[in-house]
Structure formats: C-alpha cells, structure tokens
Write a protein that binds this ligand. Structure first.
Ligand SMILES: [Zn+2]
Length: 164
C-alpha cells in the first residue's frame, strides 16, 4: 500500500488521502529537509506544490508528485492516482481519521446512539470512531459531495485529462 507525506500547503489533500485509507503524514511545521528525510526512511511518496522540493526528491530517487496551484480537488486526486497507482474508491474498512491518520473503528448503531444526536442515530447506518481523538463520523449529507468528487476524479482519469 502506498504511503504519503504531504507538504504543508496541501492539508486538504492529506485529509482526502486519509479518508481513502492511505497512511499520510502531514504537518504545517515540516521543512523540506525533514520531508525528504522521512520520505526516504519510511518509503513515503511526497505530494508537493513546491517544484524545488519535487526536484530534490527525484534527484534522491524518492517518489514525488508535483501538484499545480490551480488544480481543483478532483484533478489533484486524479493526478495522484495516475502517478502512484492508488484507487480513488472509498473503502469503509480502511478509512482513516482525517485529523489523526489513525484507522477508524466501526460502531454499531447501538453504540452510536449514546454518542451522536438521536436524529443522526436514527437516520444513518454507518458510524465510525477515531480511537485517538474520539471524533465520531457517519455517512451523512456531506457524503454526496465526497461521492461526486471521487466520480469526477475517476472520470478525468478515464478520459486522460488529469494533467501532466
Ligand atoms: Zn482522530
């Protein structure tokens, strides 16, 4: 499974990769030398908007994907998928906390009942908890947006318009 380290300008990309189940490091405090060091040591692919960092990575034989500033989320995800071979498919058993990068635990509706508002517990079937921060997640109304972005990204890959 591909692992990532995402540079400090791309927090939204890091959250997407974690949601898709990929082990993804991200910190606003990482400096270039530190990103390179971690990527090399842990076999992580660097995702960056910084051409200088991208070039340094490639010179050291580290996998890296350069993201252009104007890229919309679906285009960015499509490019990462084409360059690294990851699948842009949501897998409920692999999804990670967008904040902690820890794999989420599934909760039954009975367990969720005591943890979410009653309306939410009644309306949805699938719940997760992050074992680290304790946040509860469920497939709510925002899920449409997630499905749409993934569908658009997969369409871009299909027609070969994911950028260069
Ligand atoms: Zn968490």
């Amino acid at each position: 499974m591909v692992k990532f380290i995402v540079d400090s300008m791309l927090g939204d990309v890091a959250r997407w990769l974690r949601m898709l189940g990929y082990d993804t490091l991200y910190s606003r405090r990482y400096e270039d030398w530190r990103v390179l060091q971690i990527a090399e040591k842990e076999g992580r692919t660097i995702i960056t908007r910084d051409r200088g960092l991208f070039v340094k990575a490639r010179k050291r034989g580290i996998n890296a994907v350069l993201i252009y500033p104007e890229g919309r989320t679906e285009r960015v995800l499509a490019k990462i998928a084409v360059k690294t071979g990851i699948k842009l498919v949501f897998d409920p058993s692999k999804t990670r906390c967008p904040y902690c990068n820890v794999r989420l635990e599934r909760l039954s509706r009975a367990e969720a009942l005591s943890l979410v508002p009653p309306k939410v517990a009644a309306a949805y079937d699938t719940f997760w908890r992050c074992p680290k921060c304790g946040r509860i997640y469920w497939k709510g109304s925002h899920w449409r947006t997630i499905d749409e972005v993934l569908k658009k990204a997969n369409d871009l890959i299909h027609v070969g318009e994911w950028g260069s």
